[in-house]
Design a protein around this ligand. Structure first.
Ligand SMILES: [Zn+2]
Length: 235
């Protein structure tokens, strides 16, 4: 194995590990993001409060109508019981009856409005509940898929780490410090493939003298632009 081939192999392990770690971090951030569910449940709670209030108003409106009907019944009973005979009293009862009836229709109108509002609030609450349930189920399903992906990524990392250790135990790589420093300074990519005489990491053209050097199994050569180690690949 040439020097650049060995370092390129090492890079493959490290890039595989880096990618898996990145994905695990992305998964953690998706799993910890509960905003959508939080807002859906908050809306549901808000609409529940409104619904409770409207239902309370409806009950009270119904109660008021009931009381008004009782008053009317009492009035009618007095009026037609025969107990009241004085014409002035009868006239007063008659006037009271008219006024009670008039007010009853106002109260019934209010009751009807309250009923519409309560129905509407129920509808909105039902929609919000359905939405919150849907978001919760979607999140649950997503969380199961991502957790399982997370486990396979963890096994992948440990398998790559084992392979990497076994590889290092068998290969004598004197340029490890160079490789490690380059990984730190170059976004994790220390070794790059040379393709069609250019660096596949930064795209720069590789002069033919350096390209020749890179093809030598004994030498290491570097991209003149990004300073990464060049590996000629299989070609
Ligand atoms: Zn480069």
């Amino acid at each position: 194995m040439s020097r650049s081939q060995m370092l390129y192999q090492l890079q493959q392990y490290d890039s595989g590990i880096d990618q898996a770690i990145k994905r695990i971090q992305a998964i953690e951030s998706i799993l910890s993001d509960s905003n959508e569910l939080y807002f859906a449940q908050k809306k549901q709670e808000e609409y529940k409060l409104i619904l409770d209030e409207k239902q309370k108003l409806l009950k009270s409106a119904e109660h008021i109508v009931e009381i008004q009907n009782q008053k009317i019944t009492q009035n009618q009973n007095k009026l037609y019981s025969g107990a009241v005979t004085n014409p002035k009293d009868l006239e007063d009862l008659q006037l009271e009856s008219t006024s009670l009836q008039k007010y009853l229709s106002v109260l019934e109108e209010r009751q009807l409005e309250t009923m519409f509002e309560s129905d509407r609030a129920q509808e909105i609450y039902d929609q919000a509940s359905a939405h919150a349930d849907e978001v919760s189920q979607t999140k649950q399903a997503e969380s199961e898929v991502l957790s399982s992906e997370n486990s396979s990524l963890e096994s992948k990392i440990s398998s790559l780490q084992n392979d990497r250790e076994a590889f290092l135990a068998n290969a004598e790589i004197s340029e490890l410090p160079v490789y490690d420093n380059l990984r730190k300074s170059s976004g994790g990519i220390a070794v790059t493939l040379m393709q069609n005489s250019s660096c596949s990491a930064c795209g720069s053209n590789i002069p033919s003298a350096i390209e020749q050097e890179a093809r030598s199994p004994k030498k290491l050569s570097f991209c003149p632009a990004c300073r990464r180690i060049l590996h000629p690949g299989s070609s």
